[in-house]
Every structure is written in C-alpha cells, then in structure tokens.
Design a protein around this ligand. Structure first.
Ligand SMILES: NC(=O)c1ccc[n+]([C@@H]2O[C@H](COP(=O)([O-])OP(=O)(O)OC[C@H]3O[C@@H](n4cnc5c(N)ncnc54)[C@H](O)[C@@H]3O)[C@@H](O)[C@H]2O)c1
Length: 529
C-alpha cells in the first residue's frame, strides 16, 4: 500500500474490546497488523471476535468474502513485545490505568524505537503517558470510538510535545482507514467525552432531585430534542461503570470542577451491578421486552382566543402555529398597556429574565381573572414566574425551544399554588404534552443548553474548532446537529436564557455561560479560533 504517511505496519497493543476493533479496522483498510496482548489467552478470543464480526459484515453485504480473507491474512497476533519492532505505528488500547500505560509506553519505545506511539486513552493525559518515553515527540493520542470498525470518528490528540508532523501523518492514516479525523488538544475528555458529559450529568441531576423519572428524561430528549437515544438509554448502552469511570476521571482531571461531578446514582447502580445492557439490567431491564411507551395526552384544545407575548423567535413560532391551527390570536411584542380580553396567553420572553418579569406583571394586570398565563419556563421556574404576579393560581409553565416544527412533544410544568388546569390551553399548539419538574429549562432545553455551553467552553479553551466540535458530536455520539449548528438553529440567546435561569435558580457556578457563548449573544457570531 503506497502512503504519504509512511505507515504500513500497525501494531495494536491490548486485544480487548477496542484493540481487537482497531486491529480489524486497520487490517480491513489494507494495513499489516500485529495484535499484541500481555495475556496470550486473550488472543484467540480476539481473533474469534474479529472473524465473527467480519463474517457478519460479509453476510450484510458490507464486505466481500475475498476482502475478508485478505484482511484476516494481514493480521498476526503475538504475546511478545519484540514482535512490534517492525511497526511504523503502535496504537495502545490497554486498560485505562495511568501507571500501567506509562510502564507500557516505556517498553513500547524500547521495542519499536522509531515508531509513532498512539494511545487510545479516553480520559488520561497523553502528555503524561508520553513522559515515560525517551521520544515524547513521537507520542500522540488516537481516540477511536466503540465499535471501532464501525464508528467513523477518530480524535487525533495533539499533546504539547507531539511533533506537528506526527499529527499530520496520523490524520492521513486515519483517513486511509476510511474514518473522519478531528485534531484536538490534549485535555481531559478531549471533545466528545467532555462535551457530552452534561447530557448525562444534567439528566442524572433531574432524576436525582426527584423532578422526573428517567423514562421521562429519555422521552423528552428523543421526542422534544430529536436525540436518537435518551441519556439513560445511552448510559445503559455504553455501560454505567464505563460512564461513571469517565465522569470520575474528568472530575479529578479538572480538579473538582463542579460541572463534572459524578452523581451518586451512578455509583449506586455500579454497586448494585446494574451496569446496563451488558449485565441485562441498568436503568432499564433488558431481560424483558421493553413496554411500549404510554401515548402522551393531547386534550381537546380550549377554543381561545389566545395571545402570544414576547419579542423572540419562540413567540413568533407560537403565534404562527396558533394562527395556522385556526385560533384567534394576538401578538404582543411589548408589554400590554390596556385590557386584553383573551382566554390564555403564551408568555414567550424566553431569553431575557428582566423583560420576562415586566411582561408577566403587565399581563397579570391587564387580563381578566380567568385568563390563564402560560409562562415560558426555559429561563425561570413556574414558581418564580408565579411569584411575580398577583394571582399565581392561574399561572403554569411550558419549556421548549424554537423552531417549534422540530418538536414532537411539549414539556409543561406547574407549581404548588396552581389552580387552573393549563393542559387544554397548551394543547392548542397541537403537540402531545409531557409533564416535567419545575426548574428552568425543563428537560430538553436544559440538556441542550448544558451541552452547547460545554462545547463553547472547550472552544474558548482552544481544544478544537467549532466546526470540528460539531463534526465530533454528530459522528461520535450521533447528535442530530453539532452544538454550534444547534445553537444557530434554536438561537444562542434562548440557550443563554436557560443557563441564566438555572444559575439563578440553583445559585451554582456550573451554569455560568461560557464567555464565548455570551459574546455570541452580543455579537451574533462565535469567536473564531
Ligand atoms: N470500551 C470503550 O468503549 C472505549 C472507547 C474508547 C476508548 N477506550 C479506551 O481504550 C482502552 C482499552 O479499553 P477496552 O475497553 O478495550 O479495554 P479491555 O479491558 O476490553 O481490553 C484491554 C486489553 O488490554 C490487555 N492488557 C492488560 N494489560 C496489558 C499490558 N500491560 N500490555 C498489553 N495488554 C494488556 C488485556 O488483556 C485486555 O485484552 C482504554 O484506555 C479505554 O479507556 C475504550
């Protein structure tokens, strides 16, 4: 195989889940592969897995039989480190243990002194691993995703001491594997594991606080957000122990930064041995067929008339939708100054909390006793909104983000003083209703705002470019949009609104908006790196 990167023979060190997958991907792409494991008994099992997996690919028409036979011929296994001497690149996929990896890298650099050494670590410092070798300039990270033969993304990790030429060669090599490389700086969790952390941690918090159950979180993530899987389904798939270990490692690596604090629920699940699909039980029980999710209620809508209050994209979307659905509806882009004869009002100042408050107080003043106030609870809880009006009993909340056409359900919420049933009014939007807890941002807006904020922080810290972060999140965890694309779609101000609401509600720094996100709110564009 002729290459510009000069890599022909690849050593893979560690023949477990990732090592076997990486070896298979390299062999299938035409590289000679030496698969090494310190425990010889592991090797036949790894080969059997590769044989079965490639056989399945042939059955599914993704690989021809001759290609499979050729690929298997290119694969050799060994339990002798010296067999790696002829490799141009060694990818290490041994257990996630710093001392073990450092020891191994010392030995690898002696066994293959001129080879590029790449670690597949998910969360350890590449620079620290490299420090165990005499030539740290030749050490980088190559972070594959599971299952390695299938997942298209590879994070190519540049540590401070890595020679830029090494990164260039690894990028080319990754492309030759048929994968998409993104170059990331050596920083805890790189891009995907870091930026996706809040997807889990906010979900765990919502459940831990008793606001909602995990099925509700998953449903909101899927049907309101369009994520292919909810956070609890994803934790079950990845393994709750694996996800917990990554949380712990990031938390330690960021010196106890609150955003990365693991949740006691994760530990509890691990202690019970409920690790997810691999043990038959995690948050869900896989020994039994999953019950069909109950259909969500969509009550008969109240005939109106309605008003929509606010000068935001959300307000414009709600107005449009009510109007298209044939309801009489008035649009208010500033607080009313005279009587408003309506049955219900959607307050949609989902961005600025000061404007929200002046809207709600004016609406409370100028509407009849029976008019129902539906507050956008993206940037405030319904309890806080209720505290701003004289008749809190008629106020309830809903939490969503524009564009409304992307949503397949509407999250709604209420508080201790509520008397009116808001559901016939909310039903005017024609979306099935899902009740969630009463903290700002409900479920989907909160998950998304936290993910986008983490992406913005990573870009602020120059871990990767916004374009690469978008690519990484789409290819690495199948998000329907990258965080920056998503921010563009829903409006960065709406996301800042969620974060500001959460920060006020909890009084916690973890919801502080990233400087880059704040600047994007003011200037309409993300800082360019
Ligand atoms: N599993 C994932 O989803 C995933 C995804 C991305 C990255 N990673 C990273 O990949 C690495 C491997 O993870 P895994 O899930 O494949 O682990 P694993 O436990 O399935 O495999 C590890 C393999 O390393 C072997 N090993 C142990 N000590 C060794 C040594 N001193 N020298 C050589 N081999 C040794 C073991 O026998 C085993 O076969 C870890 O750093 C992990 O963080 C894992």
């Amino acid at each position: 195989m002729s290459t510009t990167h000069g890599i022909r023979t690849v050593g893979v060190c560690g023949a477990g889940t990732m090592g076997a997958g990486i070896a298979q991907a390299c062999a299938a792409a035409g590289f000679s592969v030496v698969l090494y494991d310190a425990f010889p008994e592991v090797l036949p099992k790894a080969m059997a897995r590769i044989e079965q997996d490639t056989e399945r690919q042939v059955r599914r028409g993704r690989l021809r039989e001759e290609q499979r036979a050729e690929a298997l011929k290119r694969l050799q296994t060994t339990s002798e480190l010296t067999s790696l001497a002829r490799c141009d690149l060694v990818v290490e996929a041994a257990p996630e243990d710093l001392a073990l990896k450092k020891d191994l890298f010392g030995k690898l650099s002696a066994a293959a002194p001129s080879a590029i050494l790449a670690t597949n670590t998910s969360s350890l410092s590449v620079a620290e691993i490299a420090s165990a070798t005499p030539k740290p300039a030749l050490v980088a990270g190559l972070h594959f995703f599971n299952p390695a033969p299938v997942m298209p993304l590879v994070e190519v990790v540049q540590a401070p001491q890595t020679e830029p030429e090494v990164i260039g060669r690894l990028v080319e090599f990754t492309r030759d594997l048929g994968k998409t490389p993104i170059v990331v700086r050596d920083s805890p969790g790189f891009v995907v594991n870091r930026v996706n952390r809040p997807f889990y941690s906010e979900a765990l918090r919502l459940v831990g606080e008793g606001q909602v159950d995990y099925q509700t979180v998953d449903r909101a993530a899927r049907e309101a957000g369009g994520f292919p899987m909810g956070p609890f389904q994803l934790m079950d798939l990845v393994g709750i122990d694996v996800s917990y270990a990554v949380s712990l490692s990031l938390y330690q690596a960021f010196f106890g930064e609150a955003r990365f604090r693991p949740h006691p629920l994760q530990r509890q699940m691990v202690l019970q041995g409920r690790l997810g699909r691999k043990t038959g039980r995690g948050f869900y029980d896989y020994q039994q067929p999953p019950p069909e999710p109950e259909p969500l209620p969509l009550p008969r809508p109240h005939p109106g008339p309605y008003a929509v209050a606010g000068d935001t994209q959300l307000a414009r979307d709600i107005f449009e939708r009510l109007w298209q659905r044939g309801f009489e509806v008035t649009q208010l882009t500033s607080p009313p100054e005279g009587p408003l004869p309506v049955a219900a009002i959607f307050e949609a100042e989902a961005e600025d909390r000061t404007r929200k408050r002046s809207f709600l107080t004016a609406l409370d003043r100028w509407t009849g006793e029976d008019a129902v106030l539906l507050a956008a609870c993206t940037n405030a809880s319904s309890a806080e909104c209720a505290s701003w009006v004289r008749r809190p009993g008629r106020l309830a909340g809903y939490a969503t983000l524009p564009p409304l056409q992307d949503r397949k359900l509407l999250e709604w919420t209420s508080h201790e003083l509520a008397r009116a049933d808001p559901t016939p009014y909310l039903a005017a939007l024609g979306l099935p209703l899902l009740r969630v807890g009463d903290a700002p941002g409900g479920v989907f807006p909160r998950l998304l705002a936290a993910v986008v904020n983490e992406a913005a922080l990573a870009v602020d810290e120059r871990i990767a470019s916004p374009t690469d972060v978008d690519l990484a999140m789409r290819l690495g965890v199948n998000h329907p949009f990258g965080p920056f694309q998503w921010a563009e779609r829903v409006g960065v101000q709406a996301l800042a609104g969620v974060l500001d609401g959460l920060r006020d509600y909890y009084g916690e720094e973890r919801y502080r908006a990233a400087p880059g996100l704040r600047r994007a709110c003011w200037l309409g564009r993300w800082p360019q790196r």
